[in-house]
Design a binder for this molecule. Structure first.
Ligand SMILES: N[C@@H](CCC(=O)N[C@@H](CSC=O)C(=O)NCC(=O)O)C(=O)O
Length: 295
């Protein structure tokens, strides 16, 4: 694969799980990502589902801890792609000082502030550079992309999808930060990466974006009721109200007793894969069953 370094590859559920690195011109440094290719990808291009992870994660957490997600991706014939959560080893002073800012906490925004803006361009990286790289090197159907994520990554998935509805046919999230402008994690990250003018924050706040642009199909969110970050950081009720105000279809499911961990994600991962599979695969089945639809 030109421009992609293979770190390791493993056979998994009949497909292939791989960990890779490349030089990112968007983030001005080496970036890591993981790809699960389902068995179907050996003989035809397949739809792609991007998963954005949360604070402190790397490209590995989801692939290792999401309850054998590869089994479901293999069943539905979906490619899974997980980027890292930030640039690393940039040399920026203090980049490793905090667990919720800097390394492992890119927040899927394009930083405008020094010293972050040269490297911390995670929004453009996820929406543009990484998909170009994936489509050039793996057997994909580029017009069939979905996106989902967890916590900080749930925020990222909602923002990427709402800002680019033509690029993403489906979106879902586990315990997303739904109103980052109003919570401590978001205020710290946006203040550092985007500066003090909160007008520029709105483009990265799902609860603001849904009022401006909305999304073309129903959004699935699972939220554990025993999540220690629920009341202060995640604020699903803010997003729920914003969706209701503009009649955005939302399937917000409160899951009794579940916390913020990957055990929670693993418990509901199959539902999310199915949510995306319906959006990404149904068109093909529908056209097969109703060919006159094309004419
Ligand atoms: N260090 C924190 C907990 C950090 C944490 O829970 N991170 C989550 C994402 S939180 C929002 O983005 C995570 O995915 N961790 C990785 C994992 O494998 O669980 C604390 O101690 O409170």
């Amino acid at each position: 694969m030109p421009n992609v370094n293979v770190i390791s590859e493993y056979k998994s559920f009949g497909g292939k799980l791989g960990f890779y690195s490349h030089f990112s011109s968007t983030c001005n440094g080496e970036m890591h990502f993981a790809v699960y290719q389902p068995p179907q990808a050996t003989h035809k291009p397949v739809p792609i589902l991007y998963f954005l992870s949360g604070l402190i994660c790397t490209e590995e957490n989801f692939m290792v801890k999401a309850g054998g997600v590869q089994r479901f991706a293999a069943e539905y014939g979906l490619m899974l792609v997980t980027p890292d959560t930030s640039p690393r080893h940039t040399g920026i002073a203090g980049e490793d000082d905090d667990w919720d800012f800097g390394t492992g906490a890119g927040f899927y925004v394009d930083a405008t502030e020094e010293p972050w803006r040269k490297n911390y361009q995670m929004y453009s990286y996820v929406v543009h550079e990484l998909p170009s790289l994936i489509n050039a090197n793996f057997p994909t159907q580029p017009e069939k992309q979905g996106i989902f994520g967890h916590s900080m990554g749930g925020h990222g998935a909602l923002v990427c999808a709402m800002r680019n509805p033509e690029l993403y046919k489906s979106v879902s999230a586990f315990a997303p930060i739904t109103a980052p402008m109003r919570c401590p994690w978001g205020q710290k990250a946006f203040g550092g990466y985007l500066g003090r003018n909160q007008e520029s924050w709105r483009a990265y706040d799902a609860s603001e974006l849904v009022k401006q642009v909305g999304y073309h199909s129903s959004i699935l969110i699972d939220q554990g009721t025993a999540d220690k970050f629920l009341a202060e950081q995640l604020l699903p009720e803010v997003f729920e109200k914003a969706c209701a105000d503009v009649k955005q279809p939302l399937n917000l499911r409160y899951q009794e007793g579940y916390d913020h961990s990957y055990y929670f994600i693993a418990s509901f991962i199959e539902d999310h894969i199915r949510h995306h599979a319906i959006a990404l695969l149904v068109t093909a089945v529908f056209i097969y069953l109703n060919p006159t639809f094309l004419f």
